[in-house]
Design a protein around this ligand. Structure first.
Ligand code: HEC
Length: 187
């Protein structure tokens, strides 16, 4: 008897924790979560890509030391879970739990964090693009994307990429706009 009560309590706590960490809109949609509405509006206006970075990439590709580099990690459960842990620790504060660029720290930045779900759906961007971006950050383009060269190993970055491809590639708003990005000139 007390066991059932205990299990029920645990389930309730898990549901509440998931709700708090994922946000109201994840469960009910923006229409119901009016307190989240401003945030939702900010998200849809967030940068899908940084024009300066994209223009550089279209002109030059990634720097030669990264060119053609491929993620050596398979999407095993272990790699995805480890990537998820690292993502939550190092990236979610800006890019948001679901990678759409709605992390709480992002509001204070002049160039908003990218919508990574859109970046991942962008056929122009290979693994080497993500390795380059995360290792070198955005200093060359005057953005606040931090360089993780001294904080994360390449293996850790690849696991984050593995997680992001598994978790974000299908999510949301990016999917429709990226097909256009792939053929339009850099702006
Ligand atoms: C301090 C906030 C911040 C943190 C933390 C952060 N980013 Fe970023 N990120 C940004 C901003 C701002 C941009 C857009 C400007 C740019 O591309 O340089 C960006 C851009 C990117 C891009 C380029 C997307 C594109 O389409 O060009 C990738 C990929 C990326 N971040 C991945 C990550 C990963 C992975 C992590 C964690 C290891 C991370 N970021 C942590 C702020 C952040």
């Amino acid at each position: 008897m007390w066991k059932a009560g205990l299990t029920g309590g645990l389930v309730a706590i898990l549901v509440i924790a998931a709700f708090v960490s994922l946000g109201c809109t994840t469960f009910f949609g923006p229409a119901i979560c009016s307190f989240d509405r401003n945030r939702a509006a900010a998200v849809s206006a967030s940068t899908v890509k940084t024009p300066a970075r994209h223009a550089y990439y279209v002109r030059n590709g990634v720097p030669s030391s990264y060119r053609g580099r491929k993620n050596p990690f398979k999407a095993t459960i272990g790699n995805v879970v480890e990537g998820s842990r690292l993502y939550d620790l190092r990236c979610a504060v800006c890019h948001g739990m679901m990678g759409i660029g709605d992390g709480e720290a992002g509001d204070k930045l002049t160039v908003r964090p990218a919508d990574l779900s859109a970046s991942l759906a962008q056929p122009l961007y290979g693994d080497d693009y993500f390795l380059w971006t995360v290792l070198d950050g955005g200093r060359a383009f005057g953005t606040d994307m931090p360089p993780f060269r001294n904080d994360l190993s390449e293996a850790e970055i690849w696991k984050i990429v593995t997680f992001m491809r598994a978790a974000f590639a299908e999510s949301g708003e990016g999917a429709s706009s990226t097909a256009r990005d792939a053929t339009s000139p850099p702006n």
